[in-house]
Design a protein around this ligand. Structure first.
Ligand code: ZN
Length: 144
């Protein structure tokens, strides 16, 4: 039995249709890119959902811990999931990392928006408590 990896499988993408059926799509352009040396052989193919998805727990918070250039339009990236501590590294193509980068930007924007909402909610709660204390005459000039 051969231990050679099946080259064809590296270029097969599995897509789940809304009906639940799974189809396999073979990308010949990626095969051609690899044969012409446009991308280093062995460059990893990201999961169809994107690099930010943890394959172990499904968390959408996977982030890069380190990266370095690995040839033309490819990067060696170390990934980590903060939810389950899953880690891996691999060589990924520029376009996958561009998508990953956009996803990370989106995540940062969501976090910043959440933080702003939380800050406003905390301030509103504090103001309510302060008003209630004033109305109950629980705050006197000597408190300041
Ligand atoms: Zn995980």
């Amino acid at each position: 039995m051969s231990t050679e990896p099946d080259r064809r499988n590296e270029n097969v993408k599995r897509i789940v249709l809304p009906s639940g059926r799974t189809i396999e799509v073979i990308s010949f352009s990626e095969v051609a890119d690899e044969l012409t040396g446009r991308y280093p052989a062995g460059a990893d193919y990201a999961p169809p959902e994107g690099l930010h998805i943890c394959p172990d727990c499904g968390s959408r918070l996977v982030y890069p811990t380190e990266w370095e250039e690995a040839g033309h339009e490819a990067w060696h990236v170390w990934l980590r999931c903060p939810n389950c501590d899953w880690e891996r590294d691999g060589v990924f193509r520029q376009h996958l990392l561009d998508e990953f980068d956009e996803e990370l930007d989106r995540g940062m924007e969501e976090l910043a928006a959440d933080l702003a909402r939380l800050t406003r909610a905390n301030m509103a709660e504090e103001i309510d408590r302060f008003v209630a204390a004033l109305e109950a005459d629980a705050i006197l000039p000597m408190d300041f």
